[in-house]
Design a binder for this molecule. Structure first.
Ligand code: XMP
Length: 529
């Protein structure tokens, strides 16, 4: 791998993603990892990330000399650049001139490795107080800014490189080229991390891990569980059983997407549990959002547990109920559970080096003693965009691969008030129209998601034809976001809004008003409940 050493800012994940975008596999490791352990991973290159500290601060994370003297190509970025300079015997000073934000930099042309093929004047994203005033011995200075006399250095012989700015952020105009130059020219890596290779590798790994055992997977209809299941299906075929709990809170067409499209495309063995009635009864009379969420979560676990138990029992060696021919004495026990854990979860729960991580344990934490599975997590090295690419590669339907985020409790938390079958039907129709029009306008990739919310306990007067109506409002909640932690309301074109509004009020009789939510997050959350 290309190791990205995390010096504690938010940049390491971004760097790791950019390296993957350059078709090189990357892994994030904490700066506290001893050099010996880093080298034991046989890195093709090491990138030192930026960090919040000053190299002068007490307890500022240092860099073991071993990292830069082992002969592995190294690129230092920002804080990592300064830490590298110190380890190599150059000079970092408090020059008193801070540079923050977009900065003009002058770079050298050939024979520079990092900047070959780029304009001499570039705009880059800076964020530093201290500056390198003297490059380490043997290193050529290849970029300058007004505030940083040594803004980049290169040493082709030892394959050591550094830049003061952040090439990984989009504000650095030629940043990705700098990274690609380092990886391919500086470190001599042949890019091979393509979705085809990745899919193949993951399938092989899953096959080796599972062996002859049986494996179970809960499908939600979302991207992660679908791609994970499809990979495992490719690996072990019908040793995999998928369970889909239809809680009746999905949007129009979503259950069919799983039960028909997904099954046809991947050939997975699917058990569908129709729990629609059960969820409706459990939710009867409940209007409080937290209580609804709790009920939906609890029922979901119970239904899934029962289904899992049934699958396990059906494959107990020799324990086949009703003595069916399938299974029997030579059948293998269900030992594995597929989880769609992604790389950011792994990194964020501190499990970057392969230790069992906290998050996935949480996910199976609800299962009782007699259902202890080991985890298969085929996506644990992937970022979301890579999951989508791999999904497309192995034939997961596009409608699932590009599905926008949808909450586990589904439409249950988009009906403000009690959830009933009629209300679900109304919301489903309104939501389908909104989605159809947004898709037709080509806006799907631009919008993070667009919940449609039914204000089921509110009524307002309207007029249609010659008649008075007394119907419900729906709210459109289109948002733009990077990660759902913060969001802004999307400025949808008026004509698209007009079409959605006119179609919903015409086609969904019970709705006589369409409103637009223009609140950012914070203070509003994305969902209304
Ligand atoms: P909020 O409403 O908290 O939503 O701004 C942030 C993102 O999370 C989704 N969401 C959920 N996803 N289970 C989920 O799997 C949930 O209980 C849940 N609640 C909210 C929401 O759709 C948005 O993308």
């Amino acid at each position: 791998p290309v190791l990205v050493v995390d010096f504690g800012a938010q940049y390491a994940q971004l760097i790791a993603r950019r390296v993957r975008e350059a078709d090189c596999y990357s892994e994030i490791v904490p700066h506290t990892m001893p050099a010996e352990q880093m080298l034991a991973k046989d890195p093709l290159a090491i990138i030192l990330s930026g960090g919040p500290a000053s190299v002068y601060a007490d307890g500022a994370p240092g860099l073991e000399e071993g990292v830069v003297t082992a002969g592995v190509p190294v690129l230092g970025i920002c804080y990592g650049f300064q830490a590298m300079v110190r380890a190599l015997g150059g000079t970092v000073e408090r020059t008193g001139s801070r540079e923050y934000g977009q900065t003009d930099v002058t770079v050298s042309g050939p024979p520079s490795t990092l900047f070959t093929g780029q304009p001499e004047q570039q705009v880059v994203w800076m964020s530093h107080g201290d500056a390198v005033t003297e490059a380490p011995d043997g290193c050529a200075v290849s970029a300058r800014t007004p505030g940083a006399p040594v803004a980049a250095f290169e040493d082709d012989e030892r394959r050591l490189y550094g830049v003061q700015w952040h090439p990984e952020v989009l504000h650095s105009a030629h940043g990705q080229e700098v990274l690609v130059n380092f990886l391919t020219k500086g470190a001599g890596i042949t890019p091979s991390w393509t979705s085809e290779n990745v899919a193949e590798g993951l399938i092989e790994q899953a096959r080796a891990q599972i062996g002859q055992d049986r494996v179970i997977c809960g499908l939600s209809g979302g991207v992660d569980s679908s791609v994970a299941a499809a990979l495992v299906q490719r690996a072990v075929g019908d040793q995999l059983t998928c369970v889909f709990v239809d809680h009746g809170l999905l949007r129009e067409g979503e259950a069919e997407q799983v039960e028909t499209d997904f099954v046809e495309a991947t050939g997975v063995d699917l058990v569908v549990v129709d729990a629609r009635e059960r969820f409706l009864s459990a939710l009867a009379g409940v209007a409080d959002p937290e209580e609804k969420r709790k009920i939906i979560g609890r029922e979901f676990i119970r239904v899934f547990e029962q289904a899992a138990r049934d699958v396990v029992r059906a494959h107990e060696p020799g324990g086949q109920e009703q003595g069916e021919a399938q299974g029997g004495a030579d059948d293998h026990p269900v030992r594995w559970l597929v989880q769609g854990t992604l790389y950011p979860d792994v990194v964020e729960s501190g499990g970057g080096s392969g230790a069992a991580n906290i998050k996935s344990h949480h996910n199976v934490g609800g299962l009782p003693e007699d259902l202890q599975f080991q985890l298969v997590e085929p996506l644990r090295t992937l970022f979301k965009d890579e999951v989508r690419q791999v999904g497309l590669e192995i034939g997961v339907p596009e409608g699932i691969v590009w599905r926008q985020p949808f909450p586990g409790p589904g439409l249950g938390i988009r009906i403000i008030g009690e959830v009933t079958a009629d209300r679900l039907e109304i919301l489903r129709r309104a939501d389908a129209i909104a989605r159809e029009e947004l898709t037709a306008a080509g806006l799907d990739r631009e919008i993070w998601q667009c919940p449609v919310v039914l204000l089921a306990d509110v009524r307002s007067v309207g007029v249609q034809g010659d008649g008075r109506t007394y119907g419900h409002p729906v709210v459109l909640r289109p948002v733009s976001s990077e990660d759902a932690m913060t969001a802004d309301w999307t400025r949808l074109p008026y004509d698209v809004l007009a079409r959605i509004s006119s179609r919903i009020t015409n086609e969904v009789e019970e709705v006589n008003r369409v409103t637009l939510d223009v609140t950012s997050k914070p203070p509003g959350t994305i969902e209304w409940e």
